[in-house]
Structure formats: C-alpha cells, structure tokens
Design a protein. Structure first.
Length: 460
C-alpha cells in the first residue's frame, strides 16, 4: 500500500473512533430516548409570515382577505398583489415591481404559548373570475407568492356558473399526524376547488396554540390559496363570565362576513358564490334567534338556485346515544319552508347521509317550537354528518340513512351547476364511498339520483 493510501486508511480509522466515542447528534447521551420537541419551540412565531389564510368577508367576485401571523415585534402589514397572468419576464430576485402594494392592520395576540402579532389585509375592487398572485410580509420578510382566484360575478337568480368545493367534518385530533393526509388527498381530487368548508371542531382545545398550529401546518400553503369557510364547533367554544364564547383564536386568524346575527359576527354569516347561497350557522348558542334570522334572510334576499347551510351539531344525529331535538325543532322547519338543498354538519365523528328530505318519522322530526307559518312545509333537504379526523364514535340507529360509516376518515367534493349538485364522499385513501346527484328542473322541483358505489358499508 502506498504512503498516500496508508494516510487515508489511518485517517478513516481515526474518524470512526472519534464518531464512535461521540454522542449521537441531538442527544447528549444516546442511551436516553429522544425527547418531544417542545410546543413553545415548534410553534414560535418569527418575522416571516406563517399561518396564512385566505377567506372572504365580502363579495367573493371582487374581494378576498388574508390573515397571517408573525412575531410580536413585526408590526408592518404589507401585501403585494398582481393578476397572475401579468407576471412575465425576468424576476429572478423574487420581487415583482409591477405589483400593487396595500397596507393592512395588525394587533398583538397572547396565547398559551406566548406573544405573537396577527395581521389582516383586505383586497377590494378586484376583477371577477381572475387569478391573482399575492404575498404578505413587512416589506423585507415575505411569504411566498400565492395564487387565489375570484369568483365569477353572478347575481342571485341568474344561471349558476359551475364550480366545486370541499367539505370537511371534524378534524379535531391528531391533526398533523392523520388529518393532514385527508386535506392533501382532497386537494389531489379537486385541485381547483373554489373553497374549503369546515363544519366545526377544527381543533380539540379552543385555547391551545399548538392545536391551532397543527391545523395550519397540516393544510400548509393550501390555506393561503384555497379560501376557507368555517363554522365553530363546541371545541372552538368555552364559557367566559357564564356565557358561551368563541375561541380567542377565531376572529384574529379568520376573516369572515359580519352580516349574520348581531353579536355572532364571523360565526354566523352568509355569502353567494356564482349563483348559489351558502349560510353558516353557529349551533353553539342563540339557536332560536338564528332560526328567526335565517327565515328573514331567505325571505328578504333574492332567491338563488341552490341553498346550502352548514353548522356543527347535526339536527339528525348519527352517533350512538346522541340527539339534538331542540335544534331540530327550531331549524328544520325553516329549512323546509325555504327549500334548503344541503345541510352539511359534523360533531358526531361518524358518517351518515339522508335521502331527499331527511327522516320523515313524526316523532323524530317533531313540531315543537315551530314558528308561525312554518308548519306543514315538506322539505327536500339532504342531511350529511361527516368526520375528517381520526377520532371515531360508534354509530347510532335513530334514523334511516342512505349511507353511513364508522371508523372512516372522509372528505367530500361537491360540484354545483345550474341543474345539479353532484356530491361525492371519499375515504382518506381516496376511494369513493358515497355519491348522489340532486337534480333541479326549471320549475325548481328536486329529485335525488343515488350513485352509492356497490362496496359494503364500513363499520369499524
């Protein structure tokens, strides 16, 4: 062996001896088990924007809002935006000089993990049916450029412009570990979804910044490009001064419409999207007042081709030993009167989907507390209970269903056009589990076409 080879040989031996005598990186003593990375470190804010969420508080055709988080010292709130098709030429530094600049607002926020600053930017006067690129930051530290698309401008009563959206039941538990795959699979199935609708219990503990950090992290950049629509569940609620109160995290990190029942702004609200109406209800409090508000809304506003409502607690429960008769008595009659087409809910950690009109058992449906003028209306609403996270409950048998499941994480892709709503429920593995189409003719008469796959129901 030459001297050079001997030198290399002894250098290698010496390196192996040193490495063998050294502790494993990240562990002072490799006899000790790995430690859990502390939440305060995992979710510590920095000058770089994180938890970026796009949503609407006004018309989806001409506006969108962006919320995000930084460390408490980062006070400037800046958004740059431009029509995505106008980004042409050399931009190798990441800057786009042609982009417009808008300043937003910020406020300090204290969570159980410490101090942060939350920021809100509201973009207005945009062009309908246009894809925009935007980024947020303080002018020096920026997010990546995200794309978001405005809706087509369709007035109530005009023909529906086709679109599809995503619907998720409770995420709640093991959100980073196991809900993340559901959110990503849903995106793979419907990459151009207009928005993602969450029917409450996005997290488990209302005040846990780590829980919220997991939810934001599990969806990642999708929250920044697919608008979020959400209602609070019971896990986003707590009691303060003997009153039910939504999580302190809710309003800083989401920017929803304030057109709902006074005092429940951004937790009950409505918006029209390309000729269909969506109404978010807060089933945690003031349910009777919301029934009256919903009746007025659907009476006074110009009627749309389709009406979809979402709320957390189902009026027809799917889990064993669960029922919400008071909520059912107050809300179902309003749905029936105004021809609500879909009711999308969560809470029961199971899956169940009704046929047209839901259960018809008089004892189950009931008529107590039904407002004057609402009795005797026959509804055609399809009721859905779903779950997207891994926490599961056993099924109940309180009402006849067209399809149900237990022990199965799901997401739903729902397509809407002038003549039909096409509903598909997929497992976390991307397998079709349930499907139907609601057809509506020129006279507004509705028919349901069952398209459930022949696979047996899953009850785990």
């Amino acid at each position: 062996m030459t001297p050079i080879c001997w030198n290399r040989y002894w250098h290698a031996i010496a390196l192996l001896i040193v490495l063998g005598a050294s502790p494993v990186w990240g562990h002072p003593n490799h006899d000790e088990p790995p430690r859990v990375y502390p939440s305060v470190e995992q979710f510590r804010p920095t000058p770089l924007p994180d938890r970026v969420v796009v949503s609407w508080s006004e018309d989806p055709a001409t506006t969108f809002d962006v919320t995000y988080r930084t460390d408490p010292a980062t006070t400037p709130t800046v958004c740059q935006w431009i029509a995505a098709s106008e980004i042409l030429g050399d931009h190798n530094k990441g800057d786009i000089p042609e982009a417009a600049t808008l300043e937003g607002t910020s406020e300090s926020f204290t969570s159980d993990l410490g101090e942060a600053r939350v920021h809100t930017v509201k973009l207005r006067g945009l062009e309908p049916k246009t894809r925009y690129a935007y980024r947020v930051g303080d002018g020096a530290n920026w997010s990546e450029w995200h794309h978001v698309t405005t809706a087509s401008r369709v007035k109530a009563g005009d023909e529906v412009e086709p679109f599809e959206f995503l619907y998720f039941g409770d995420a709640q538990n093991a959100v980073r570990a196991l809900w993340s795959r559901v959110r990503r699979e849903a995106h793979a199935e419907a990459p151009r979804a207009a928005f993602a609708l969450h029917a409450g219990d996005l997290i488990n503990h209302h005040k846990s910044d780590a829980n919220w950090g997991e939810w934001h992290g599990a969806a990642g950049w999708l929250n920044a490009t697919v608008p979020t629509v959400a209602v609070p569940g019971n896990h986003e609620y707590h009691v303060r001064d003997l009153k039910p109160t939504v999580s302190d995290h809710w309003r800083p990190q989401f920017s929803f419409p304030t057109n709902g029942l006074k005092g429940l702004e951004e937790t009950s609200y409505w918006f029209d999207y390309q000729g269909a109406r969506f109404v978010a209800l807060n089933s945690n409090e003031r349910q009777e007042e919301q029934a009256e508000w919903l009746d007025r809304l659907l009476t006074d506003e110009p009627k749309t081709r389709w009406t979809v409502v979402t709320f957390h607690h189902p009026i027809f429960s799917a889990a064993k030993n669960r029922d919400n008769p008071t909520l059912r008595a107050m809300w179902k009659a309003v749905f029936d009167k105004h021809g609500v087409d879909l009711a999308l809910t969560g809470h029961d950690h199971t899956y169940a989907r009704s046929g047209l009109g839901g259960p018809t058992d008089d004892e189950l449906v009931g008529t107590e507390n039904v407002g004057e003028g609402l009795r005797g209306k026959v509804g055609k609403t399809v009721y859905v209970v779903s779950v997207s996270g891994p926490k599961m409950y056993p099924l109940g048998d309180a009402w006849e269903v067209s399809r149900n499941a237990s022990g199965l994480q799901l997401y739903q892709v729902i397509g809407v056009d002038q003549d039909a709503i096409r509903y598909q429920a997929f497992s976390a593995a991307g397998d079709l589990y349930d499907a139907f189409t609601l057809h509506k003719n020129a006279d507004g008469e509705v028919d349901l076409e069952e398209q459930t796959p022949p696979t047996p129901p899953i009850h785990k």
